[in-house]
Design a protein around this ligand. Structure first.
Ligand SMILES: [Zn+2]
Length: 472
């Protein structure tokens, strides 16, 4: 292991080190490039992440735990690529992992490492996916697992933790608070540390996504990656870089990091913008729960990796989340979590900005399944009721929820139309008129524009719906 800050080197097996003992810097495992050169597999079926053990720190095979994680498909775009005139578009579908997220790769590696050191207790601060995966793998081993999570978290992920017998502790609003809580604990020596940002083996597990993409579809030009802490992007960079060092690829693909416009510290720093410092309310209303991080631990490193790859960053508006989920389902048959929907939503924007050429090979990373986020389930299930009065109510609710997302800024009818493909502008104005008559929205004229706002009654309707969804 090498310290990223002071460059000091440590032997991997000497003790459990999560950070540099000298300067508390992030640690980085130096993979054996010769072993990668020799053993990197050509296109073949991947059984689980242990097929890549030649690139991992040494962990005895007696402790290799697996639920069949990894080996997820890199799907050729069925329709969306054609529609946009992108010739080679792919989706790396990590929702097909055992607990429906890429974090199963991490859980397999971390829990195996911990078991090789005879740990029986596990602690993890996360905003969902990592916690759910860790709970699944510790439950398999019959071990104790404590998940520290923020109050607001995708209910599906929380339900997975409970189902897999994890103990839960709710701390703060975002994952930053949960990580702070863990770092302030005086003695955690009994616990193995599964918080992704605090365990360097997370990078090793996640880099296997890069390995798989290359063995599945060969050399690629650009990858679109959702960013919370920035760690996933750094992991992919590490994977591609190792393959480059091993002469398996000649260049690293451009890495494009995607964040939500609500909270985008990495994007802002990369573009030298001022931080957007969202209010607690804006954070509370955000749908991109999996990637809401105020102080990303891997920020500097992620920026360095993006620059080195000649990639870029993009902050995608939240009102694209639900429509992107919908569009991804209709075009590709993939049901993605909101964070990945942002990555998908970025494709069109990147094309408009001419970030890639039509014939370039592009991979969009789908990190986890939409089944983990209940409001997504609501949006999808409402589409099945598209007959008679049901569909009219659903359209009204969609419009109402779009208006509520813009809160105090307000939104025009034309802007609402942009998020709703299958309805005419005239129909939207008709719905707006009816919603206004019912007192659920109000309007204000600003120059030539008419802006719509949600009223307290409108909010109550949406809140009631939220409660209903939770009960179902
Ligand atoms: Zn150091």
């Amino acid at each position: 292991m090498t310290c990223i800050e002071c460059k000091k080197e440590f032997k991997f097996k000497s003790s459990i080190e999560y950070k540099c003992p000298e300067c508390k810097g992030l640690l980085w495992f130096k993979a054996d490039i010769n072993s990668i050169k020799e053993k990197f597999p050509p296109i073949k079926i991947v059984n689980n992440i242990w097929d890549y053990r030649f690139a991992f720190p040494p962990i005895s095979s007696d402790f290799h735990i697996t639920l069949g994680e990894g080996g997820t498909p890199c799907l050729t775009s069925k329709k969306f690529g054609d529609k946009l005139g992108i010739e080679n578009l792919y989706f790396k579908d990590e929702s097909q992992n055992p607990t429906n997220s890429f974090k199963d790769r991490c859980a397999a590696l971390l829990i195996s490492h911990a078991r090789s050191w005879d740990f029986k207790k596990f602690i993890c601060a996360s905003n969902g996916n990592q916690g759910a995966s860790i709970a699944a793998y510790t439950s398999l081993e019959g071990m104790e697992c404590l998940n520290i999570i923020p109050e607001k978290i995708d209910v599906g992920k929380k339900a997975q933790m409970i189902a897999y017998n994890s103990e839960l502790k709710l701390v703060g609003d975002t994952v930053d608070d949960a990580i702070d809580y863990i770092q302030k604990q005086k003695d955690l020596s009994e616990y193995y540390q599964c918080t992704p940002e605090l365990n360097p083996l997370t990078l090793e597990a996640e880099k296997t996504i890069a390995y798989e993409i290359i063995s599945q579809i060969g050399k690629i030009d650009l990858v679109i990656i959702p960013m919370g802490s920035g760690q996933l992007l750094v992991s992919l960079w590490k994977g591609f870089n190792e393959l480059k060092d091993a002469n398996i690829i000649t260049t690293i693909p451009k890495l494009v990091g995607v964040q939500s416009q609500v909270l985008s510290p990495i994007v802002n720093e990369f573009l030298e913008f001022e931080d957007n410092n969202p209010t607690n309310k804006e954070i509370h209303n955000s749908l991109a729960l999996g990637i809401l991080v105020k102080n990303p631990i891997y920020k500097d490193l992620a920026i360095k990796c993006i620059k080195e790859s000649e990639g870029t960053v993009i902050a995608v508006p939240e009102d694209l989340i639900l429509t992107s989920i919908d569009e991804l389902i209709r075009n590709e048959g993939i049901f993605a979590e909101p964070a990945s929907a942002l990555a998908f939503g970025a494709i069109r924007i990147l094309q408009q900005k001419k970030i890639f050429k039509a014939q370039e090979k592009i991979v969009c990373l789908i990190t986890a399944s939409g089944l983990k986020a209940p409001y997504v389930l609501e949006a999808i299930s409402s589409q099945t009721k598209t007959t008679g009065k049901g569909s009219i109510i659903i359209t009204k609710l969609k419009i109402l929820s779009q208006i509520s997302l813009t809160s105090i800024k307000g939104i025009t009818g034309t802007k609402i139309k942009e998020t709703m493909e299958s309805i005419t502008l005239a129909a939207i104005y008709q719905h707006l008129k009816e919603l206004e008559t019912k007192g659920l929205i109000s309007r204000k004229k600003e120059g030539k524009k008419v802006l719509y706002f949600i009223t307290d009654s409108g909010k109550k309707v949406l809140d009631a719906l939220d409660v209903l969804i939770t009960l179902l």
